[in-house]
Design a protein around this ligand. Structure first.
Ligand code: ZN
Length: 497
């Protein structure tokens, strides 16, 4: 059986997740559901990144131990993923015992292989990024050095550390990134390749002294240090499928690994992650899917920028997880930032979900019940709807394979719009033979509903139950294959805002 292993980044549980997190997570869920319905054996991993100085300090501020702090945050993440109908297979926490054990074992291996060596480090450090910034990277203002992302003062840190010999990997990794066809869209691969060519792949400090950062995984070969939180976090993708623990499981899923990430963490997920994997003798992931952001007032959403849009607000405004999932995927753009615009979302919601889809389902259901007692049998196919539907099925397969989710949604809506026009033209409410037009309208609804299933699973189930058809795998879908619709209900799917 073909496998599909999909991951989201593990999120920092220092605050409630917002629609930026939801954007990535819904995308991963849609890909997971799409592959599942295409017959793949899917494993979907998400979770939380719980170690490091940033969380240590957030916990201190809240008067709690780091573990108490993260234990309270994890249920909040799970609650939101439940509200958005995210069907993950494991919620991994970097404090999980199997993960902590794996981090230790990986460091031991890297150390034994000579990739980890002791050295001294000094530099300007951003606690929020958990990252050093060199000259040219940080922003200087009023004699202060500021983080280019957080706009907060950097701290001067001078300490002993362990380095990971990334420089030894430079040529191989540059080649892999340029030729490996792993990073999608390709513009991001070029970005990483250019950066490697410009500044080289420098050795990376991968340990923190316990005297400063106690909240992390201890290095097995030196108890005075903990693992750098970024390496700790990246390794979750290996823990999730049983690396060094369950070999057959690891070999089953790892070759199909798809990491979904936002563009801000591209460097760590490509240059650094691919290097670590190569040092371990593990193949790179099959695909690294990178997306741009939903921005608000031109800026990436964040606590410090104060422009966060909450998941609750969207759920309340649009009334269902499916509507929110649809809107997020409708905006999805991997390469360009998309501005959050409430008016635009309202008009997409009203125009597409309420008027086009919802209204058609309602009308078709009511007419089938009133005029045919709910029994609509197979009749002559309308040629133009049939040929459009056939095209929509095959193009959707192709677009979903190319990660063009927003484009694939618009195809299903082309078919629904055509069906609306056809319904108005054929007027089954007054025609003598309402069966043929209603059969064709129901077929068009059935095809679109099947194709929209990964994005709107609950709605698809309501429509299929009400109109009396089944959700089937997209490869088996064909216009005209239904013998009989047994319509039971004419649901109102979306109330206008
Ligand atoms: Zn920062």
């Amino acid at each position: 059986m073909k496998t599909f292993y999909v991951t989201t980044p593990i999120y920092y549980p220092n605050d409630v997740p917002h629609i930026g997190h939801a954007y990535t997570t819904v995308l991963a869920d849609v890909l997971a559901r799409w592959h599942k319905s295409n017959g793949y054996d899917v494993f979907f991993l998400t979770g939380t990144d719980e170690h490091g100085l940033k969380l240590q300090r957030s916990a201190e501020k809240a008067g709690k131990t780091p573990k108490e702090f993260v234990d309270e945050m994890v249920p909040i993440f799970k609650k939101y993923w439940g509200l958005l109908d995210i069907q993950y297979d494991r919620f991994i926490r970097t404090t999980d015992p199997d993960h902590e054990e794996l981090v230790g074992r990986v460091f031991e291996r890297l150390h034994e292989k000579g990739y980890v060596y002791k050295g001294k480090y000094s530099g300007w450090y951003c606690v929020s990024c958990e990252k050093f910034y060199s000259e040219g990277e940080y922003v200087e203002k009023d004699g202060q050095k500021l983080c280019p992302i957080h706009n907060k003062p950097l701290e001067w840190v001078e300490e002993e550390t362990y380095f990971l010999k990334l420089s030894a990997m430079q040529d191989e990794i540059l080649h892999l990134i340029e030729e490996g066809n792993i990073i999608k869209p390709e513009s991001y691969a070029r970005e990483v390749a250019n950066r490697i060519k410009k500044e080289g792949l420098r050795d990376l400090s991968v340990a923190r002294p316990k005297s400063r950062v106690y909240w992390g995984v201890e290095l097995p070969f030196d108890k005075d240090f903990v693992a750098y939180v970024w390496i700790d976090a990246l390794l979750n993708y290996l823990t999730g499928v049983g690396y060094l623990r369950d070999n057959s499981r690891f070999e089953k899923y790892w070759p199909s690994a798809h990491h979904i990430i936002g563009k801000d963490i591209l460097w760590f997920h490509s240059a650094i992650w691919f290097s670590v994997l190569r040092m371990l003798g593990v193949a790179p992931p099959k695909m690294l899917v990178v997306h741009a952001y939903i921005v608000n007032r031109g800026l990436k959403m964040g606590k410090s920028t104060g422009n966060v849009v909450m998941i609750d607000d969207l759920l309340e405004r649009y009334g269902s997880s499916d509507a929110v999932r649809y809107l997020l995927m409708r905006l999805l753009n991997l390469e360009k930032d998309v501005e959050f615009d409430q008016n635009l979302l309202d008009s997409i919601y009203n125009g597409e979900l309420a008027d086009t889809y919802g209204n058609l389902v309602r009308r078709a259901g009511v007419l089938a019940l009133r005029r045919l007692n709910g029994e609509v049998v197979k009749a002559g196919l309308d040629e133009s709807l049939a040929s459009l539907a056939t095209e929509v099925i095959s193009k959707t397969q192709q677009l979903m394979g190319d990660l063009k989710i927003a484009e694939s949604l618009s195809l299903s809506f082309d078919l629904l719009r055509e069906a609306n026009a056809y319904l108005n033209r054929t007027q089954p409410w007054s025609s003598e033979d309402p069966n043929k037009p209603l059969y064709n309208v129901l077929e068009a609804i059935r095809i679109s509903t099947n194709l929209l299933y990964p994005v709107m699973p609950k709605t698809s189930e309501i429509v299929s139950r009400s109109l009396g058809f089944e959700i089937i795998p997209p490869p088996n879908l064909a216009y005209g294959q239904t013998q009989l619709f047994k319509v039971k209900d004419a649901p109102i799917l979306f109330k206008k805002v």
